[in-house]
Design a protein around this ligand. Structure first.
Ligand SMILES: Cc1ncc(COP(=O)(O)O)c(C=O)c1O
Length: 462
């Protein structure tokens, strides 16, 4: 990247100096954002084009020892590969990240990957702060999905605070019907203690499924000698509302228990980030986990763990076993650099508009069939009741939507398994539709008109 030297060497090739001067302006302008990133270490305002990103990855990956043409590579792990395609798929980083079970330790064979990882963590931290969660101090991008990352964070915190997890294995978990956080907790030796959801008016919205802080307190007091932690949740399908994280944070502080927030897809919702910030200020929040694919438009496989305490992030990174794949980190870096801060903010704006479109269309449709859209204040999905369709028709509706090539809606049927509703007794059946970050307005409109046709057809035939 020594562009001055490069330009100097272009003299005396017979191209007039004024042309070289003019050409060097554009050349340097192309490279300028790369220098700015290394200096400022925050997400650039404007997204980069792919040629700039490729150049950046090329330079960094060529700092790794497998690219040294003079290196004699006699170890068992030397970044050897069978196909050039693997280089494309891994961004050129064959040595992964971390060292001897510390995810952030600089890897002697991989100076470039180590820098790439540090830059990614810094820019994702700067982005999340710019979206409203200002009181976090460090971020760690890990090559695990959300559930496994909750497990990693939990084990890191147990180590950090020297908790005797064998005698205090219980992890309180306000009911959220997704198996992966539960499995992540169990993977590291925790026993999940679910606090059941309830339906009705609550601290967050006029309607919805919520978990009562008084129930959390009661279960804690009945089992306190065995409880080490609580994992709360901010995002899920409507009508589940976020947990009362501020009260939970106060409670965690009073009782000296670990508090992890599962913020699976909450980076795209600024009001949720602000609520997390308030919870940090009011009490105890040790770590917050967010999925990379659900927030940052990348393939499945990573998560970002942030914390108001840098040392906690260090302890979590020390808990990882072995060296790790660099791919989810590179994918996040590429996505963030291509969007830039402005690009990500405009994705959020688009998500908000799409959500309003989804809600207004569903509300209008629900009125024509005697149903209602629940007022649960969810910012990503809407739940419309299906009280007037018998169970057999609801089963048929699920199949019809699948055949109509709509992916993503969920139908929860009263009387079937309640799983997904986050409470014991379902008051009614309902359908959930989403308008998450990256979704398209055209898909939302068209899926509602197909839903409308499918329901009207079923009603006609029944
Ligand atoms: C709230 C919540 N937690 C956890 C998960 C699981 O994520 P992963 O598959 O990345 O573990 C999801 C998936 O949608 C989710 O919505």
């Amino acid at each position: 990247m020594r562009d001055e030297k490069f330009i100097d060497l272009l003299a005396n090739f017979g191209v007039p100096p004024n042309m070289i001067d003019r050409a060097s302006i554009g050349f340097k302008a192309h490279l300028k954002p790369l220098y700015q990133l290394l200096e400022q270490r925050t997400l650039p305002d404007q997204g980069w084009d792919d040629s700039q990103i490729k150049l950046f990855l090329y330079y960094l990956s060529h700092l790794d020892s497998d690219k040294d043409p003079g290196a004699l590579r006699i170890g068992e792990r030397e970044g050897r590969f069978s196909s050039d395609l693997l280089g494309d798929l891994s961004g050129g980083f064959f040595h992964g990240i971390g060292r001897s079970g510390n995810l952030t330790a600089p890897q002697p064979k991989a100076a470039g990957a180590s820098i790439m990882q540090k830059i990614t963590n810094k820019i994702v931290l700067s982005l999340i702060k710019s979206l409203g969660l200002t009181n976090i101090k460090a971020a760690l991008t890990v090559p695990f999905g959300t559930g496994m990352s909750i497990g990693l964070a939990l084990r890191g915190l147990v180590n950090h605070y020297n908790v005797d997890f064998k005698s205090k294995p219980l992890v309180m978990y306000p009911q959220l019907d997704h198996k992966s956080p539960v499995k992540g907790i169990e993977f590291v030796g925790g026993d999940v203690c679910i606090i059941p959801g309830k339906f009705g008016k609550n601290y967050y919205a006029p309607d919805g499924v919520y978990v009562d802080i008084e129930d959390i307190k009661q279960i804690y007091h009945e089992n306190s000698s065995q409880i080490s932690s609580i994992v709360s949740n901010t995002t899920f399908f409507a009508p589940r509302v976020p947990d009362d994280i501020k009260e939970i944070a106060k409670f965690a502080k009073q009782n000296n228990i670990i508090h992890i927030i599962n913020n699976a897809y909450g980076v795209q919702v600024p009001s949720i980030l602000k609520d997390i910030g308030r919870a940090i200020d009011a009490g105890r929040v040790d770590a917050i986990v967010q999925s990379t694919d659900k927030n940052f438009l990348v393939p499945v496989g990573g998560a970002v763990i942030v914390s108001p305490d840098k040392n906690i992030v260090k302890s979590i990174s020390h808990t990882y076993a072995g060296r790790a794949s660099a791919s989810p980190i590179i994918q996040l870096l590429v996505s963030l650099l291509s969007l830039g801060k402005q690009g990500y903010h405009s994705q959020i704006k688009q998500q908000q508009e799409n959500f309003q479109l989804l809600k207004s269309k569903l509300v209008a449709f629900s009125k024509t069939i005697g149903e209602e859209v629940l007022e649960c204040n969810n910012h990503v999905s809407c739940a419309m009741t299906l009280k007037n369709l018998p169970k057999k028709d609801l089963n048929e509706l699920g199949g019809k939507l699948y055949n109509l090539r709509i992916t993503g809606p969920r139908i929860i049927i009263k009387g079937d398994s309640n799983y997904g509703a986050c409470l014991k007794e379902l008051p009614f059946s309902y359908i959930v539709m989403n308008a998450a970050i990256g979704s398209k307005a055209g898909h939302i409109s068209e899926s509602i008109s197909r839903l409308q046709k499918a329901i009207l057809k079923i009603k006609e035939n029944s």
